[in-house]
Design a protein around this ligand. Structure first.
Ligand code: SF4
Length: 75
């Protein structure tokens, strides 16, 4: 089960995660930072646990692409 975490307050709004994984990320029109779709927030960490194994690879791509290194992915 992929577990994806975004430390959202450190996002620089570059959009790379959206390009790498549009099924997981969107840019917020409000503050220009990335939104991890379906995630819950706790102490600044936004976490998505999904049973969809096919989201693992796109999440990994996004984590690799993120210049701020604020996306973590575990299986
Ligand atoms: S790639 Fe990283 S820094 Fe860039 S918008 Fe996505 S989460 Fe923010």
């Amino acid at each position: 089960m992929p577990v994806i975490t975004l430390q959202r307050n450190k996002c620089i709004g570059c959009n790379y995660c959206v390009e790498a994984a549009p099924e997981l990320f969107r840019m917020s029109r409000k503050d220009g930072k990335a939104v991890l779709l379906g995630a819950y927030e706790k102490k600044g960490f936004h976490t998505l646990r999904t049973p969809l194994e096919e989201l693992y690879e796109p999440a990994r791509r996004a984590a690799k692409a993120c210049p701020a290194r604020i996306i973590q992915v575990k299986k």
